[in-house]
Design a protein around this ligand. Structure first.
Ligand code: SF4
Length: 303
């Protein structure tokens, strides 16, 4: 650890704070996080922590989810520029219009949505449990927002349901192309190809498996294979290398999320020193958005 990292660890102790870090955070931020994980795992940690302050090193909707699950706690988001472009692709007013066009159809919203959109949803999901959540609903028609690619992945497993999609997508995962994956496969024929379900269907078709980031980690830890091509945000490889030593990982070109990289160590330190930037949400939104998030947590993971 460097001096700045040590001073952050000290500040955490003084203030009774916990740092939750997403798997796509910069390596140096991952190193000072108390918990690393995907959206699902971090939501669970946020719902369980006894710490007074949560510093959320991830994008905007993740910090909001932590606040929704802990309205009495101080939730800090160290850099307000860390905003997920996919979450910004759907808003509550447009979702209400879509609901009016499909009366009675429940809304499954990916956690990559604003608190207002969650407040209009019946249940949330993450890439770790999207199939399980949709399968658990008795309804024949489901509104799924905002990621069409994740929705199309789910549809492979729920052929009996009509899924209504929203034209949202993750700019980072659509940068992962079939051509780049195939080139890597040619260069590393022994490698297993693991991709995220936010990738486009043609990419998922040529992969060996599609998993959430935690699913990818568990797979590489238990697989007898030694080499892996990783089709998700490149920073994930830091965690994989640390927690699956001896395995070899190849990143797919251009798979970087600029929003996730916004948070620097200096932002985390300033966040704890100045208690910035506090997530504040209207009470009625917290009460309504909490229902679909808690339903998701009760449903658990599938992988
Ligand atoms: S990787 Fe995609 S979904 Fe995740 S924060 Fe970045 S843009 Fe949003």
């Amino acid at each position: 650890m460097n001096d700045l990292q040590r001073s952050i660890v000290e500040l955490k102790r003084e203030k009774d704070a916990i740092i939750l870090g997403h798997n796509y955070q910069r390596k140096e931020v991952q190193e000072i996080s108390d918990f690393l994980g995907d959206s699902y795992g971090l939501s669970v940690q946020a719902s369980r922590t006894a710490a007074k302050i949560i510093v959320f090193c991830g994008v905007d909707f993740m910090a909001e989810s932590a606040k929704i699950l802990n309205p009495e706690k101080v939730v800090l988001h160290p850099n307000l520029r860390a905003r997920c472009p996919m979450a910004a692709m759907v808003d509550a007013a447009s979702l209400k219009e879509l609901k009016a066009q499909h009366p009675g159809a429940p809304v499954v919203s990916y956690v990559n949505t604003s608190a207002e959109v969650k407040a209009e949803s019946d249940i949330c999901c993450t890439s770790a449990n999207a199939v399980k959540i949709v399968q658990s609903l008795p309804d024949k028609k489901i509104i799924f927002v905002p990621d069409t690619n994740l929705g199309l992945y789910v549809q492979r497993f729920v052929k009996d349901k009509e899924m209504v999609f929203w034209p949202g997508y993750c700019p980072t995962h659509v940068n992962i192309t079939r051509e780049n994956l195939e080139r890597l496969k040619e260069e590393h024929p022994e490698a297993e190809v693991l991709v995220h379900p936010e990738c486009t269907p043609d990419v998922i078709d040529v992969a060996d498996h599609a998993y959430s980031t935690e699913g990818i980690l568990r797979h590489v830890q238990t697989s007898s294979k030694k080499e892996f091509i990783i089709g998700t945000e490149e920073n994930m490889i830091h965690r994989l290398s640390k927690e699956a030593p001896g395995k070899i990982f190849y990143a797919v070109p251009n798979a970087t999320c600029p929003s996730m990289r916004e948070i620097a160590l200096e932002d985390v330190r300033d966040s704890l020193v100045k208690m910035q930037y506090r997530i504040e949400l209207p009470d009625d939104i917290i009460i309504r958005a909490r229902v679909p998030l808690e339903r998701m947590i009760r449903a658990g993971r599938q992988e």
